[in-house]
Ligand binder design. Structure first.
Ligand code: GRG
Length: 284
């Protein structure tokens, strides 16, 4: 196992334990909702965003408890976004992480509410003094996560994605949409680690640029897998948007140019963290 794979697994194990401990447990009439929340949030998921928070903080020997709680918060927001993304009014998906999506396993209203609960729970976790002794730091993290997830971040990206070709199908439009839809939360994951670590401005900028490039590359890989999966599974050149005319990097650039850009972004991302030397070997 590579050092990266080992650290990703370690982060996933730690986040799974922390989520299990922090998420509400069933109580009487709320049990259906609570069970749905736990079904969606526990078991499965690469836990990539928590990995970034933990790994960045680790480079600076930052407070582990603070990092772990910020990592839990970002994973809760991510899980909510997947639950809502899968709903019939959005992508209408049947499977997520190899299991029935939440609205298929429970029902639509429960899935909507479980998503809402996970989103608000993330801020409850960050606001708790156990997340950081300094209230200013807690406020900074809350504000940064709200910005990343909200109407100028992930929600804006999802809205643009839903609008599909209507909002512009050129490279600039697709890049902006993905920067918001998936990039903003990946950026928060990295930035939160740097914030908690009280990194210098130069260090924060370098890490933010790293996250920017990784976020785009990550989405491009997802678009490539989607295109390849569709061809493999159905033989039709229609993506997981079920023919609604959504645009992504592969529809705009083609598979070959998308692959080239992934390579360029990965190279650039590594350069951004070169200043940290061997401390950033896992991030590289
Ligand atoms: C509903 C407000 C709202 C937002 C949804 C993130 C998102 C926005 C939608 C997800 C759609 C999607 C499948 C995008 C492709 C890239 C992506 C985010 C994949 C899922 O993230 P992973 O691979 O998932 O980190 P795991 O399951 O490992 O956590």
């Amino acid at each position: 196992m590579s050092q990266f794979a080992a650290r990703l697994k370690e982060a996933a194990d730690r986040i799974n334990v922390a989520l299990d401990a922090l998420l509400p447990r069933e109580q009487g009439s709320e049990s259906r909702l609570i069970n749905a929340i736990r079904y969606a949030a526990l078991d499965g998921g690469k836990r990539l965003r928590p990995f970034f928070t933990l790994e960045v903080g680790r480079m600076f020997d930052a407070d582990e408890a603070a990092l772990l709680r910020a990592a839990v918060a970002v994973e809760c927001v991510h899980t909510y976004s997947l639950i809502h993304d899968d709903l019939p009014c959005m992508d209408d998906d049947d499977l997520r992480r190899g299991r029935p999506t939440l609205h298929r396993q429970y029902d639509e209203a429960t899935a909507l509410l479980a998503g809402d609960a996970l989103l608000t729970f993330a801020f409850e976790v960050l606001a708790d003094p156990a997340s950081h002794s300094d209230p200013q730091m807690r406020c900074k993290l809350i504000a940064a996560l709200a910005r990343a997830a909200g109407a100028q971040g992930m929600v804006a990206g999802q809205a643009a994605d839903m609008a599909g070709a209507d909002t512009g199908s050129d490279l600039i439009g697709v890049t902006r949409m993905n920067r918001q839809k998936t990039g903003a939360l990946i950026n928060f994951s990295v930035d939160a680690g740097a914030l908690i670590a009280i990194a210098s401005e130069a260090e924060k900028t370098a890490l933010s640029r790293y996250a920017h490039d990784i976020g785009l590359a990550f989405q491009m890989v997802d678009d490539l897998l989607d295109a390849e999966g569709v061809i493999r599974d159905t033989g039709k050149a229609v993506g997981k948007d079920k023919g609604r005319g959504k645009v992504n990097f592969v529809t705009v650039l083609g598979a070959e140019a998308t692959r080239e850009r992934i390579g360029m972004l990965a190279k650039q991302a590594k350069q951004h963290v070169a200043m940290f030397g061997p401390r950033a070997s896992v991030l590289r």
